[in-house]
Structure formats: C-alpha cells, structure tokens
Design a protein around this ligand. Structure first.
Ligand code: HAM
Length: 421
C-alpha cells in the first residue's frame, strides 16, 4: 500500500521551510511594529460557531467545511478561517473587560476548506490574520489596511491593488437587502436552486454565486454604496479621506461584498495581477464586523480585521534568494574512536552556541567534504587517527581552504575568533 498526502494538502519539505520561516519572520516583525500580539486558538471549534459567525448561507459553511462528529457525538469543524475562533475566545476569556479598550491580535496557522485545488488554492492552507476588537472608528479600519499594505510592500509584491467598499450598518443593509430582492425577483426562475434559497434568507449571497455569475441580472445588481445610511456613509468617507491623507492608492470597488456574513461597513481586498496566481487573485481580504461578537453571545463589540493566504504570498513572492545560511562547523571523523570524540566535541560546541553537524554515515573524507559544501559549513573539523592520538583537530576554513592544527582545549576560542564572536 502506497500512501499519498490527501488531495489539496502539501508537504513543506526542509528545502522550502527556510522561505516559510523568512515569510513568518517578516510578518511577525510587522505585527510587532503595529503593536499587535499573537493569539492562538484551537484548530477545531464547535460547528455551530462557524454556522453562526460565517453564516449558514455562505459557500464556506454550506460547501467547504471539514465537519465530523467526535466520539461523544459533538459536531466539530476544522476551522475554515480565523475570525470566528478569535471572537469566540475574546468573549469566553472576557477580553472585552480588559482595561485597554482596543484589543489587537494576530494569528498564523492552518485553515481548512474543501475547495477544488489549484495554484494558490488548497484544502489545508495557511493564513496570517489580524483582528482589532473594541473600538468602532474609521482610524482602526485604516490601521488594518495600512498593516495589510505594509505586508505586501515588505514582501516586494508588485501589481497589487487595494480594493475597498462599504456594506454599511444594519439600516443600510436592510435597505440594500430589499433592493436586491426587488432586483432579482423578476428573474428568480432563471437562477439556480441555491440562489432561490439565498433570495429569502440572505440575498447578498446571490452575488457570490459561481453558477449564475454570468447572468445579466448580476451585472445590473444594485450597489451597496447607494444604500448607505448617513452615518455609514460618514464612516466610509472618513476611511477614504484617511487613505487619501496617507497617500495610499485604492480603488472603490462597488462589486466587492466578500463571501462571509459577518461583515458590515468597510470591506477590502488586496488583489494581485500576478499571472502565476491567475488574474485578479485575492492575496488577502478583510473588513469590519460590528455585529459578530454579539451574534455569538458576547456584548456588542465592534471589530475589524483581515487575513492573507500564505501560499498566495509565497507564490507572488518570487524570492529566488538562497536563504540557507549554512552551519558554523561540520565535524568529519574517520573511524569509531574519532566519531566518539567528534560526538563529544559537537556537544561542547553546541553548548557554546555554534551550529554543528557531523558525519554519521562512516564515509571517507571525500564524501564528507561534499556534505560540508552542501551544508555551507564555514569550518570543517577533521578528526583522523593522527588527530585523535595527538589530541588536536585540523580545522579547515572552507572559504580560504587553509587548514590549521588546533589542540582540543583551544577549539572553542579558535572558532569564536574565526567567526567573529
Ligand atoms: P477570506 O477572504 O475567506 O477571509 O480568506 C482570506 C485569504 O485567505 C484569501 O484572500 C486567500 O488569500 C486565502 N485563502 C482562502 N481560501 C484559500 C484556499 N482554499 N487556499 C489558499 N488560500 C486561501 C477570511 O478568512 C477572513 N477571516 C478574513 C478576515 C479577518 N476578515 C476579518 N478579519
């Protein structure tokens, strides 16, 4: 029996993990610059949380969730996104009662959606997400967008555009809902079964439909922006004015509604034109969700956030730099006695902070030198019979190819000096 990874999952092999670490390091640094702390929530939650938060007419909930019963018959779902879990934890841990009104957190980790895999789309994928809860202010929306822009800039992504729109507050959404129903009612019999169900429950979701995407009525559908209440319009105008002041390029995209139910007011996406991702791929998206915390049983708490797909960032990154820094020392023993000694030396060197590897395959020097090369070792430490007897090692500087005899007791100070420590 041969096993393969489940469809839509990917093994990140040691050769690629350096690039992942680099990406994660950059994201962590940006988070720290924005004074955003990490929060880790479970990878699975009660299914009901996602039904409630993400919405039971969304594609994510109806078609894409990995849901199963645990041994006690509880319905559990592998998280398809991070916002619901953060909101749940925020309520459960009474973070709304913290002295600081605005809570800013980030998360990074795997998410699961049963989707058709393609470039930049997997069933297990990774997100870097940020949530800012507790303050309803357009300044916080813009802080989120600035942070998302900082990410794409830091990664040197080109051909990306910030798209923004507003879904408005409850009053705007009610008016818009009615307008959508009036618009789609005459053509309802042309639309798919799902759209017919959405028509009553949540007409906004008709706009996400992949089956009816090309229907004429989709193109002429009313725009959220025309139904904003006065205060929702003022919020959106302030967001735009702040972006203008900060000289951020953006496009008001009146078709942008996002595929998750919790959004209100500002929504945004960062869209890439990188052909490797397929034209118009979304690398990240987010928005405000003022009703979410209350929806899942907490006190009324505004929130705004976004998430990037790390696989998509990786594809767009186009980073051909070799990030492998190599090791300080490769220990090359010949014979068992030398290997025993090599083991002792490696323990001492590692305890002194050097990165060290050693040959365990029992090869001759020729094969070991090849490894030293592949490992980009700054120094090779040769240990043959003579060296063992004479209680010294031959240290070879792999760049200059110069070799020097160094007594055992001087190895640490020799390397410290050589590596400039
Ligand atoms: P989302 O737009 O569903 O938003 O996902 C955010 C990003 O995750 C997408 O732009 C995309 O880069 C990546 N992504 C989504 N599905 C896949 C997939 N199957 N394979 C690879 N990448 C994928 C959210 O998840 C919201 N929770 C974002 C948010 C946070 N809104 C407010 N706070």
């Amino acid at each position: 029996m041969k096993y393969s990874a489940p469809r839509g999952t990917v093994d990140i092999l040691p050769d690629a993990s350096g690039k992942w670490e680099k990406l994660e390091r950059i994201l962590r640094t940006i988070a720290s610059n924005y004074h955003v702390k990490e929060m880790r929530t479970p990878i699975f939650e009660h299914t009901e949380l996602f039904n409630r938060a993400v919405g039971d007419t969304t594609d994510v909930v109806t078609k894409e969730m990995y849901t199963f019963e645990d041994k006690k018959g509880r319905s559990i779902t592998l998280r398809p996104e991070g916002t619901a879990g953060i909101a749940r934890a925020y309520v459960e841990n009474k973070m709304y009662a913290l002295p600081e009104k605005l809570t800013k957190v980030f998360y990074m980790g795997p998410m699961f959606r049963y989707e058709r895999p393609q470039s930049g789309r997997q069933r297990q994928f990774h997100q870097f997400g940020v949530e800012m809860l507790g303050v309803e202010s357009p300044y916080v929306d813009v802080e989120c967008m600035m942070m998302a822009i900082t990410v794409v800039k830091a990664l040197g992504l080109e051909n990306v555009t910030l798209h923004i729109n507003s879904l408005g507050d409850e009053e705007s959404r009610d008016a818009y809902r009615k307008a959508l129903q009036d618009h789609f009612r005459p053509v309802l019999s042309d639309l798919c079964e799902d759209c017919n169900a959405r028509f009553e429950k949540n007409p906004l979701r008709i706009l996400d439909c992949k089956v009816d995407a090309k229907h004429e009525a989709m193109k002429t559908a009313p725009k959220t922006i025309d139904y904003l209440s006065e205060s929702a319009k003022a919020h959106f105008d302030k967001v735009c004015a702040l972006l203008d002041d900060l000289e951020v390029d953006y496009v008001i995209d009146t078709n942008l509604v996002r595929g998750l139910d919790y959004y209100s007011h500002t929504v945004f996406e960062i869209i890439s034109d990188d052909p490797k991702l397929g034209a118009g791929a979304t690398v990240g998206g987010g928005g405000r969700y003022n009703g979410l915390v209350e929806e899942i049983g907490g006190p009324a708490t505004p929130g705004v956030g976004f998430a990037f797909g790390l696989e998509r960032l990786m594809i767009a990154l186009n980073d051909n730099e070799d990030d492998d820094e190599g090791i300080d020392v490769y220990i090359m023993p010949l014979g068992e006695e030398a290997r025993d000694l090599g083991m002792q030396i490696s323990a001492v060197l590692r305890a002194n902070g050097f990165s060290v590897d050693m040959d365990y395959a029992g090869r001759g020097f020729k094969g070991q030198f090849k490894s030293a090369d592949r490992f980009k070792a700054t120094y090779s430490l040769l240990l043959g019979e003579d060296e063992v007897k004479g209680e010294y090692v031959n240290i070879r500087d792999n760049k200059t190819k110069e070799q020097e005899q160094v007594p055992f007791e001087d190895i640490v100070s020799y390397l410290e000096k050589g590596l400039g420590l």
